[in-house]
Design a binder for this molecule. Sequence first.
Ligand code: SF4
Ligand code: SF4
Length: 95
Amino acid sequence: MMGRIRPKEECVGCGYCCIQKPCSFCKIMYPEHVADGSICPLLEWNGERYICRLVMMPGKDGNFYRYMLWVGKGCRNYLNPWRKDVRPRRGIDDV
Ligand code: SF4
Ligand code: SF4
């Protein structure tokens, strides 16, 4: 029996996806951060939520990153517990 398709969950900016598993752009630009488990330098806490500085870029460059990082397509980790507790995190173990 097929499972029901879950409705799209909006991104709430909890940072879980980027902190738990940095994207390919982060791996290419900041391999040393990825290697030592540091948070991606492009992940910014704006006082209310996390944002990626790449996808905030205007124009064609921003469009490229928004497309490649699936911005607007919904949360990739909608069952993660951080979604219910959006706040700055120190790292992957900051539960
Ligand atoms: S885990 Fe989901 S809600 Fe959290 S930052 Fe990533 S996409 Fe957004
Ligand atoms: S903040 Fe941006 S560049 Fe860094 S891991 Fe997240 S999506 Fe990738």
